[in-house]
Design a protein around this ligand. Structure first.
Ligand SMILES: *[C@@H]1O[C@H](CO)[C@@H](O)[C@H](O)[C@H]1NC(C)=O
Ligand SMILES: *[C@@H]1O[C@H](CO)[C@@H](O)[C@H](O)[C@H]1NC(C)=O
Length: 198
């Protein structure tokens, strides 16, 4: 039984490793928005194993002010008005930041458009690329295409691919509204992206 008890020195070394792992995970979250990396290994591509990563960041869609990041490019015809604004198309180039504040670290941009695609409820078809701008992810992209029913607490959007470090990416993004200004339409949304990639 005594041999099962770890000597103090081993415990110390073990806790040191755990601390190092935690510190480096914290640093990556701050640097890239990466919450989890490298678990659930499944397939190999050449010498690389497929892994599951979790990214978290904040998406700022701004209509107001002198430099809006979102512009409505198509309005529905005057003789087809709906409660939802069905047919409205907005293009955006939105900053993605590490924290909910726009002044926090810029991790990337979301470039794309969304269309009001339901006549009965406030639901969007959204198509966009996330372009990452920091460290090893700089220049890598992931592509998202899906349905965003805005009133839902959590919406789920499919990740349909990626480039650079996100080649062969698949997965999903969970989106929740962080803040919404009904007067201007300005919105901040939290994105949690779960990605299988190499
Ligand atoms: C709406 O207006 C367009 C262009 O004037 C016309 O072609 C179309 O028939 C109208 N649709 C309806 C439902 O009135
Ligand atoms: C990201 O890449 C671009 C283009 O290669 C470069 O100009 C920029 O300095 C890089 N940014 C970072 C933070 O490494």
């Amino acid at each position: 039984m005594a041999s099962r008890i770890l000597p103090i020195s081993k415990i110390a070394i073990l806790s040191l490793f755990i601390c190092v792992a935690l510190v480096s995970a914290d640093k990556e979250e701050e640097e890239y928005g990466l919450v989890r990396d490298g678990d659930d290994k499944k397939h190999f591509l050449g010498h690389k194993m497929e892994k599951l990563s979790h990214f978290r960041f904040y998406w700022h869609d701004t209509y107001s002010g002198k430099n809006p990041s979102a512009v409505t490019i198509v309005k529905p015809p005057a003789n087809h008005t709906t409660m939802t604004g069905f047919g409205t198309v907005t293009a955006f180039d939105d900053p993605l930041t590490a924290k909910p504040e726009l002044s926090s670290k810029l991790l990337g941009r979301a470039e794309g458009f969304y269309a009001v695609s339901s006549q009965e409820e406030f639901s969007l078809l959204i198509a966009m690329n996330f372009v990452f701008l920091q460290g090893k992810y700089n220049g890598s992209t992931i592509s998202i295409f899906g349905r965003n029913r805005v009133p839902d607490k959590v919406r789920e959007l499919p990740v349909i691919g990626g480039s650079g470090l996100f080649r062969f990416a698949r997965g999903y993004a969970q989106v929740s509204t962080y803040s919404y200004d009904t007067a201007s339409g300005d919105a901040v949304a939290e994105y949690n992206v779960y990605l299988l990639h190499y």
